[in-house]
Design a binder for this molecule. Sequence first.
Ligand code: 1PX
Length: 214
Amino acid sequence: MANGEDGCCLKDVLVTFQSCLNDQQEILMDPYVAGWKGLVRFLNILGTIFSFVSKDAVAKIQIMENYRSSDQKDQYSTLHSMVKYELASNLVDLKKPGDQPPSGCRTILRLHRALRWLQLFLEGLRTSSEDSSASALCTEAYNASLAKYHPWIIRKTALLSFYVLPARNTFLELMNVGTPADAVAMLEEALPSIVKVYDITEALYAQHNLLDIP
Ligand code: 1PX
């Protein structure tokens, strides 16, 4: 596992999520996607074992970037405008995937579910004792969130890959924000905006019955 010295400071990444909300409390697509790009950069530092995760995340980021550079880019400026536009234009694959290219709503739903994993994992890192293992915290967060959406083979692969994660304090040092205590302070500051982004997206998707897009 490489260390975090190649310039990926997780603080900058998590701060990106703080800039996701506009005055109407809507989520801006560009910082949301930029936040995920930064997380993938950090994930790549953790080793090639996670390349199956980063490949999927990159593919989903790419789908959203394509929408943001298409003729319809303005419709994708916020998650709210995307939902409104795709529903009104009948673009959401509500029945089964495959017939049309993945919609923005479906793609963001996958990232949104992963954001819950991130929130739980970071919360675990923040509140756990110094001798905890990041691997156990990651497993716990995964089982309480993403696991229920993944088939057996993905669950198995994910759970196996978590074994390479180091001790909690070593993981906090990899974040490149100073001592483990500094990293905990940073998480304390950054987590509320991640929770907010998650909650607003969840409410938006619930309001439009979009939480189960296949
Ligand atoms: C301080 C911690 C920061 C760590 C940064 C980690 C960034 C992780 C990025 C994870 C993005 C995962 C997106 C997964 C989306 C998904 O659920 N995709 C599945 C469904 O997609 P489909 O299009 O088929 O409906 C897809 O099947 C997933 C495949 C890959 C496996 C996903 C496992 C996710 C495990 C959680 C991340 C583990 C990284 C652990 C490192 C600390």
